[in-house]
Design a protein around this ligand. Structure first.
Ligand SMILES: Cc1cc2nc3c(=O)[nH]c(=O)nc-3n(C[C@H](O)[C@H](O)[C@H](O)COP(=O)(O)O)c2cc1C
Length: 170
């Protein structure tokens, strides 16, 4: 049991701190029981365990697709390549048809994965934990397909390639 500290960090300070954390970007996807695809852009993706192979991603409870990810037993993670910033913006938007004209490949279970991603994972939902205003989805990785290329990078509230970021910060 953790004691909740009295708040000392403002939302603005917290956001500024997080903006200094560099991460990759993933699009997390699933398909509902009617066969409709859902997805959102996520920077909260990370590995959890090697044996068994577990990953996690945090989804806002306010996201429209939250109930779907809560319900479904599988999800896909597409780790984006440096040229896929436009896709990341699209899946971070409130568009009703984020998948329109987006090339996907499907796993045997029908989970959509973004074509051209640096790496794709298919996960079976292993656990879900509500924490603050997000739900932590833990997935057991069933399949991983890796490609070549360089990653899309999220830093300072912007998308970058590694080369452009290192040049800008030099
Ligand atoms: C760079 C970036 C990273 C994001 N990371 C997350 C994340 O880890 N978890 C999350 O719930 N939303 C994240 N978002 C916001 C969602 O992508 C966005 O709210 C999405 O539209 C939610 O899907 P919805 O259309 O179903 O509401 C991120 C947005 C951006 C631009």
């Amino acid at each position: 049991m953790f004691v909740t500290a009295s708040p000392v960090v403002t939302s603005q300070e917290f956001r500024a701190a997080m903006a200094r954390f560099t991460s990759g970007i993933a699009i997390v996807t699933t398909t509902d029981r009617n066969g409709t695809d859902h997805g959102f852009t996520a920077s909260s993706f990370t590995s959890v365990s090697l044996d068994p192979p577990l990953v996690l991603v945090c989804i806002a409870r306010s996201a429209r697709c939250h109930p779907v990810f809560r319900q479904e037993h599988r999800f896909g993670v597409s780790i984006l390549a440096s040229g896929q910033g436009t896709l990341a913006q699209r899946f971070a938007s409130s568009s009703d048809d984020k998948f329109q004209d987006v090339a996907v490949t499907r796993t045997d279970h029908g989970t959509p994965l973004i074509h051209g991603a640096l790496c794709t994972l298919e996960c079976e939902t292993n656990a879900q934990y509500d924490s603050g205003d997000h739900t932590i989805l833990v997935g057991r990785v069933a399949e991983a397909v890796c490609g070549d290329g360089s990653p899309l990078v999220w830093y300072g509230r912007g998308f970058h390639s590694l080369a452009a970021l290192s040049h800008a910060l030099a």
